[in-house]
Design a protein around this ligand. Structure first.
Ligand code: FES
Length: 162
């Protein structure tokens, strides 16, 4: 259910795009940036207010992988898959996180505590392999460290690597 604040935010985004030619993509990018995702209810409201058919808005968000249809988890884990991290074993880091959290990149755990993303470069290649959780960067990560890293964000006895 959308609250008044969300409606106000979307109204403001649409107003600011007045005069912009074909602003659908810009509107949706702003919705995602400010509200964190572009859920069904947001799309319906954008459609109602902007006059864009819902099917066209869905077409945009399914075309561009940056859009999230579901709200992100409380903590977002970004796993670098850039070249420097790749040669230092980032595949195993990602694989272990998938195993621990039981999700793939682009997904959120059932308890909504973690979202997992695979990214190209976190900008600290000297520390490869790297991950970032929210705004905190972890360098020279080993698969065996991940359980303890996740534990910083929850009492996590349920995350057991066999
Ligand atoms: S390649 Fe991973 S931080 Fe740059």
């Amino acid at each position: 259910m959308m609250d008044v604040k969300d409606r106000y935010i979307i109204d403001t985004i649409i107003e600011k795009c007045e005069g912009v030619r074909d602003p659908a993509l810009i509107i949706l990018q702003n919705v995602q940036e400010i509200l964190g995702y572009v859920g069904k209810e947001y799309l319906e409201y954008v459609s109602e207010k902007s006059g864009y058919p819902l099917v066209e808005l869905y077409g945009i968000i399914t075309f561009y992988p940056q859009f999230k249809l579901n709200p992100p988890g409380k903590n977002t884990i970004k796993v670098c898959q850039g070249t420097a991290c790749h040669v230092r074993g980032s595949d195993r880091i990602l694989g272990t996180l998938e195993e621990l959290l039981k999700i793939s990149p682009g997904e959120t755990t059932e308890n909504r505590l973690f979202s997992l993303e695979s990214v190209r470069c976190l900008g600290c290649c000297g520390l490869a392999p790297t991950i970032m959780i929210n705004k905190k960067t972890y360098g020279r990560v080993k698969p065996s460290n991940l359980k303890n890293i996740l534990a910083e964000y929850e009492e996590v006895d349920q995350y057991v690597v066999e």
